[in-house]
Design a protein around this ligand. Structure first.
Ligand code: GRF
Length: 250
């Protein structure tokens, strides 16, 4: 495992042997296919954009194979189309069916699972502001390969019904003085999967939920690309009790 520990202030030196200075560098023939991401969005897609920017900058060794959304035409969807990334509608909603442009195109849960594995060959699933439930079959098929970002410090301010601006309203109403994003693995429940990384920002007593959301989102755009990079590199290991440990690349 390369690098040092990223999930606490303590730095742990890698046990991996450093590369031999005499070994040849990678050649074109050695180039492995990049890990493939399926990114799920429901809204503006700023986290997706931040992750894609990390890919374009060479900081994340992956490619986006497909974008899935329950809201075709949302910001994340438009970004995908503008970058020639395939798009898929899931699930079937009244809103989709009422729109002549999209009616009949949404996938069933089984078709979604099959499409991710067989058509798009996704190695990892990244939930980036996706607000619908994920089919159990997909969660099972991507154990420790599906991540989500939540805009508060889990296990506080999470769970069913606690999403989007509601999270920040609850944070402000509670009087807590700190909040921040949590990136976690996805399991069968809402917001209960193992925590991979968190960032902390202050909450001032005079803050509005909108001000808090803005402060948290800025951190989301930093921590999520870092976690996705570690995930695709295999730089996340597990403590004996299942707690993830994220390692730096260096
Ligand atoms: C973010 O705050 C994220 O934490 C939450 O939904 C929001 C999505 O924002 N899950 P964006 O669509 O990535 O801009």
């Amino acid at each position: 495992m390369p690098g040092s520990l990223l999930t606490s202030g303590r730095e742990v030196t890698s046990r991996a042997a450093p590369p031999s200075p005499t070994s040849p560098g990678p050649t074109t023939a050695d180039a492995a296919p990049k890990p493939r991401l399926a990114v799920f969005v429901s809204g503006g897609g700023s986290n997706f954009t931040a992750i894609h920017a990390g890919i374009l900058a060479g900081d994340i060794n992956a490619e986006v194979a497909v974008v899935v959304s329950d809201v075709p035409g949302c910001g994340g969807w438009k970004y995908a189309e503008a970058h020639d990334i395939p798009t898929v509608i899931y699930p079937k909603t009244k809103r989709v069916e009422a729109d002549v442009q999209w009616a009949g195109q949404a996938l069933s849960p089984d078709a979604l699972v099959a499409a991710m594995k067989d058509t798009y060959k996704a190695d990892f699933v990244v939930l980036a502001g996706y607000l619908k439930l994920i089919p159990e079959g997909l969660v099972r098929g991507y154990k420790h390969a599906m991540v989500n970002i939540h805009p508060a410090l889990l296990p506080s301010f999470g769970g069913h019904g606690c999403y989007g601006s509601k999270v920040h309203e609850k944070v402000v109403a509670s009087g807590v003085r700190f909040t921040g994003p949590t990136v976690h693995f996805v399991d069968e429940e809402y917001d209960t999967g193992a925590i991979i990384a968190q960032r902390v920002v202050p909450v001032y007593p005079t803050d509005t939920p909108t001000q808090v959301a803005k402060r948290v989102l800025k951190q989301e755009h930093q921590v999520y690309p870092e976690v996705v990079s570690a995930l695709v590199d295999g730089r996340i290991t597990f403590r004996e009790d299942g707690v993830p440990i994220m390692w730096s690349a260096h």
